[in-house]
Ligand binder design. Sequence first.
Ligand SMILES: Nc1ncnc2c1ncn2[C@@H]1O[C@H](COP(=O)(O)OP(=O)(O)OP(=O)(O)O)[C@@H](O)[C@H]1O
Length: 463
Amino acid sequence: MEDLFNKVPCRESQLNDLFNLFGEYDEPLPCSLFLSGSMGTGKTLCLTSVLRYLGYKHVIIDCIECYSPKIIYETILSGLNTTETDSKCESILDFTNALNRIELNLTQYQPIVVIFDRAERLRNMDQSIICVFLRLRELCNLNICTLLVTHLVYDSFYFKMGVREPIKIYFPNYNKEELFKIIFLHQESFTQYVLSSHEVDKEIKTELNKPELFANFLNAFLSVFYRPCRDLIELQHMARINFVKYCEPIIRNEIQAQDLSKLWRHISPILKTSLELLYLRLSSNKSYKPSPGKENTDNMETVNYNFEKTLKEELTCTKTFAQSFELPYYAKFLLIAAYLASYNPPKEDKRLFMKNHGKQRKRLQQVKAKAKINEKLNTQLGPKVFTLDRLLAIFYAILEEKIGLTSNLLAQIATLVELKLIAGSKEIDLDTAKYKCIVGYDFISAVAHTVSFNVRKYLYDFM
Ligand SMILES: Nc1ncnc2c1ncn2[C@@H]1O[C@H](COP(=O)(O)OP(=O)(O)OP(=O)(O)O)[C@@H](O)[C@H]1O
């Protein structure tokens, strides 16, 4: 058991609670438990470690994957390895009947734990379902315990009646010392990660393997990252990236592993820059490499500067900016439609967006006129105003699938206005609303790229 407590540090009280509640093999389990705490606070880890240690039968239901009651019932039954898996289980009655039938196959007091991970999703289902799960013990004769695991507090689960209050266990966020202790557990894997991407001689390898080096780095790292981020998973990810950078001057023999102040001066600007990348998970292919000839310490600042510049460029480039909005699928098409409406003359819409638009005769006058206009491209003249019905017409023309005009769709136009990607009124009025798309070509082509749409093909300027 000591081994388990060492593997899951800083969670002694929660582990003890779980051990006490689950008790001995032949003792009755509590009816239901409620585990809450922010993401990455070790809820799943503690629970699975305890259950594995005790050897209790358990089924984990991910409420995102099991999105309907039927799938939940069937996953529980198949998780219990019963012969009932083939039979259909459509309702609560079928489910409890099936549980009562399997009872015969199990030893009478065999403990069974059913875990609902991301249990907040259960709130979207019929209220009776969650009530049934919370008092499953009473509905069948099994020694069964239901466990809800969620990042919400208990008060966010509204029940009307018929609920037996579960026993609650709270997982608070880790403080700085605890985060240090947990990340430090994986010191070896961090060092292996550095060694896997660099060739180093034996002497340096010994230096890199020293726990003191990693401890020093982690202290420096947490002094910068602890304030803006408490998420263990993100911290581990950022620490992994930055530890490589911390070790690089040591590998290049530019800084001694013991020279803490030089190492701090080297890593502190890099840490500050990578703070801006928290949660972004940008591609790390552009990681900086010193160009040949820049191998002494004097050039280190230039290297750092270049690295910062690359990161800043990546952050400020239009593509990253466009993607950072994370627009939904139809909103992207609405924005593209708005761009096309702003930069194409309305009289060309028929030719651009309709399949059978008929032939257009080219009169000399027209050719001349076009040549004249082309001197000033629409895309350079700035956006023109368009009406809502024109926007919707273009939207439906460029969208291959046919979807209904719902209030959801119209609300997305209001969102685009709110995000300042389109200028206009937030009130959607088919008769009077006028809009203007205010994003540039680079932005729209980055957005269009994500939905595999070629904007150039539909722009009058490029015809
Ligand atoms: N005390 C700890 N000791 C060691 N590792 C930990 C500890 N707490 C969390 N972790 C690690 O953090 C990661 C996330 O933990 P876990 O999945 O248990 O969190 P969670 O609270 O269940 O998160 P979520 O709500 O997102 O499911 C895992 O990789 C786990 O190993």
